[in-house]
Design a protein around this ligand. Sequence first.
Ligand SMILES: Cc1cc2nc3c(=O)[nH]c(=O)nc-3n(C[C@H](O)[C@H](O)[C@H](O)COP(=O)(O)OP(=O)(O)OC[C@H]3O[C@@H](n4cnc5c(N)ncnc54)[C@H](O)[C@@H]3O)c2cc1C
Length: 474
Amino acid sequence: MIAVIGAGVVGTLIARELIKYEKDVAIFDEKSGPGRMVSKANSGIIHGGYDDTPNTLRAKLSYKGNKMYDELSKDLSFDLKRCGSHVVAFEEEDLEYINSLVEKAIKNGVEEYQIIKGETLKKMEPKVNEDIIASFYCPIAGIVNPWMVAHQAARNVEMNGGKLYFNKKLIDVEMNDKRYLLKFEDDFEFEADIVINAAGLYADEIAKLFGDEVPKIYPVKGEYYLTKPEFKYVNSIIFPIPNKISKGCLVVPVIDGGFLIGPNAQEIRDKKDFSNTNEGLSEIREKGLKLVPEINYRQDSVKTFAGLRPETAEKDFYIGKGEGNVVHVSGIRSPGLTAAPAIAQYVVDEIIKKEMNTKFLKRQDFNPKVDSFRVFNEEDIDLWNERIENDPEAGELVCFCNKVSKKDIKAAIKKGAKTLEDIKFLTGASFGECQGSYCSSKIVKILAEELNKKPEDIVMNEKGTWIIDSEVRL
Ligand SMILES: Cc1cc2nc3c(=O)[nH]c(=O)nc-3n(C[C@H](O)[C@H](O)[C@H](O)COP(=O)(O)OP(=O)(O)OC[C@H]3O[C@@H](n4cnc5c(N)ncnc54)[C@H](O)[C@@H]3O)c2cc1C
């Protein structure tokens, strides 16, 4: 039995790689579903792999991961848009950085790039700042919905016989006769022969439970603005010249509509500090406007939020075997989403098979495919009508902002959604302009009806996060 701790993009894709073999696999996460920590609050970019420091693990796995996303998105039925990215130069001295990117790209084996100037740049991106003089353009950069990658990978693991355990926080480990006894909160225990620690921000603390030291993780906070889908600024991802800590504040299209503007980079101490700050948001507003002057934050933005990067002093991924049969996959900072499919292969091929010398037999019956989770929110009225004729609930809109119907909500519940957050992440309901003020109560009602529960028992995400605290009429 192989236990994977952490159901982010990294843990779920490692589990999917493992389930391709004749092995029992189980994923554990303290959250209520896949992709609910670092993997939910990031820029969603599949980076081009050109700018990682050559010869690092990041550089080795990022370009490879980028290339793996076409097949992965088809197999796991999530949307991938290769919209391309520009790193933009405002001044002559920025051109030095652009040239250094060419050198790095060559060292990293990346061939897909171009230097774009003048009219060509204006035609590609008419709304960017007129003072931009050139860009390093990478056509293979793309965008995905990051938590959907984790979610679909987890579903695929489950379909192939793997087990998913949510709301399970690992708190202790005992080693008994070469087997691990994993101890979770609420007295839940599980035995495993091999453990993969893919616990994101907490991977350094989990390593300690196994008696191992890995580079200390310190969180680097990144804040964002999310804008409404009706305002279209750019066609591709627009990066500034980066700073020492991060790739800088960028403007990036969101695959489900709208744009993200951010993130900044603040080194903080508290791994639970997801707050937005006045200074942080004003820094983002200013930097976003420098790239795209027409952004009107007051009118265009839907919400602000923050994500935490699991950073280490080494600024590289740490993937290694601990004492015994445990693999620590730690320090998976940006571009961890991009590299995740390649990280998964690396863990299985290089660490488990080679270093641990574990014999693995390929399964003949592995099914790489999983069906789509897209909600039906087409603009075409004839298609809507056709669908409504077959099922009137397809016309009963629960979320007006993102056009999510009762039929879609019920479909999500059939596929395992149990909480308000599950519905939000799977269907997009309550992600829109009103941020759930209209639809949340309606979703609670449907969840209660379908799961045969009282509305008071429906939670936002984890145990104890109730939404209604007494009997109400919905
Ligand atoms: C602001 C920001 C922007 C970024 N932008 C990009 C980008 O555009 N492109 C890109 O490639 N990368 C980007 N990244 C990096 C990327 O998001 C991460 O590298 C990636 O999501 C890490 O995934 P993970 O699975 O390792 O971590 P997580 O998604 O955090 O998964 C770890 C899981 O472990 C669980 N866990 C932790 N402790 C325990 C425990 N004790 N018991 C049980 N479960 C536990 C957590 O609940 C969590 O679900 C960005 C990151 C940030 C923060």
